[in-house]
Every structure is written in C-alpha cells, then in structure tokens.
Design a protein around this ligand. Sequence first.
Ligand code: PGA
Length: 255
Amino acid sequence: MRKPFVAANWKMHKTVAEAVDFASAFTPLVHTVTDVDIVVAPSFLALPALVESLAEHKIQVAAQNVSAEPQGAFTGEISLGMLQASGVQLAIIGHSERRQLFGETDGGVNAKTRATLDAGLTPIVCVGETLDEREAEHTFDVLNRQIDEGLSGLTPAQVTELVVAYEPVWAIGTGKVATPDQADEAHRHLRGQLASTFGQTAATACRIIYGGSVKPANAAELMGRADVDGALVGGASLDPTSFAEIVTASRPGDR
Ligand code: PGA
C-alpha cells in the first residue's frame, strides 16, 4: 500500500512572515494525520523558517526548483548542498511552468533528478501534456518521452524513492480539473511505462500524484482512484483550511 503524498506548491506566493503564519494556522488542523506524507514547497526564502516551524509536526519542506550543479558561477541558482544544509528534504523538478516559461528540457529534468537523488533528497518529478497535445491524442507519447528522458539512467531502487506528479498543463491554475477517469487513465499509463522500464516492483512502489486545480471539493474523488496516490496543489494550498481539507480527503480511510 502506497502512503498518500500531498504537497503544497506555493509558486511565487507568500513572504516569510506569511509562510510562518500559514504554518501556525495549518499544523493544528492536521496534527492527528500520520497516514499522509504532507509537504510544503514555499519560495526559497521561506524554506529555513518553514523547516523550523514544521519539522516537529513531521511535515516536510520542498524546494520548487534546484540546480543540478554542485557549485560555481551560476548566478541566481540554488544548489542541493545549500538546500540540504537548510534541512530541505525534497525538490520539485520540471514543473510545467519551469518547462514553459523558463525553457527546462527533459535533459535538464534528468540532470536535476539524478543530482537530487545522489544528494539524498527526494525529487518530485512533474510530467504532463498541453491541451494541444491532448487534443491531438499525443498524451501518452508525451508522457512516455518525459518519463523515458527525465528518468533516464535511474535504477529501480531510485524510482521507488521518487514521486511522479502528473499535471496536465491545461488543468493547472485554470479551474479545469481532469476528471477522475482522465487522471486515472494517465496514472495507469505512467505506472505501466515505469514498469516496462524499471520493473513492476519499482512501478508498484512509486507514488504518482495528480496536480491541476485540486480543491477540497474534488480531492476525495480523485484520491479515490487506485493509481492516484496524492496531490500537488497550487492555488488551493495557499489557504491553511483548504489545504488541510485536501490532506484529510487523501487519508486512506477517507478515500
Ligand atoms: P493549481 O496548480 O492547483 O493551482 O492548478 C497546481 C500546480 O501547478 O502544481
């Protein structure tokens, strides 16, 4: 049984003070939840403050991006060593906004994923098709390419450790959520693709979470699908009550 995994992706929202306020309001709402892995990904600036305020509640903190380079002349970048020294345990890699707005490629995703695993952090690797790709019936081809190239060279044991986030680009921030059937179909396809490359054991253990307009009102139905192991939540994670409701809806007993 895969443990549900629910992560907040705050994108470019919240100052450090606002992040700490969120933590104070959120932690009492989920203090009894031990059967879901809860993760918050704030801006880089708020990472240390959130590590400090969330660690005792067993809530992990993720970076929204990371450099694959260990150090050097890379203005504006943040290394895995820096994240590690701040107590950060995970990194989101290849979010569609990074791919679309900042030119990230599958090769870049691969380098970052490998470096993140080598550093002992957990990558949350994002994949997903655009609306044009879906309408042209290329969804599975796109997912296959993103998995094959993005996870190239990984061992089955490493695939067991990472989290794949299926985020159809047309559902992100649009209010247009994938139907549970659409999500389930894509997740099953992704798990099959993982199985064919890395073996059934790794594919069965790897958590595949859904992202794209997840809200308290639709979370339970999405999480109820066998291959949907959690959620990556943008807009609805900015409010502590709404994010707590999504976490609660993802508990194994509530699905
Ligand atoms: P959304 O964002 O929940 O606001 O659609 C999800 C994401 O981009 O991770």
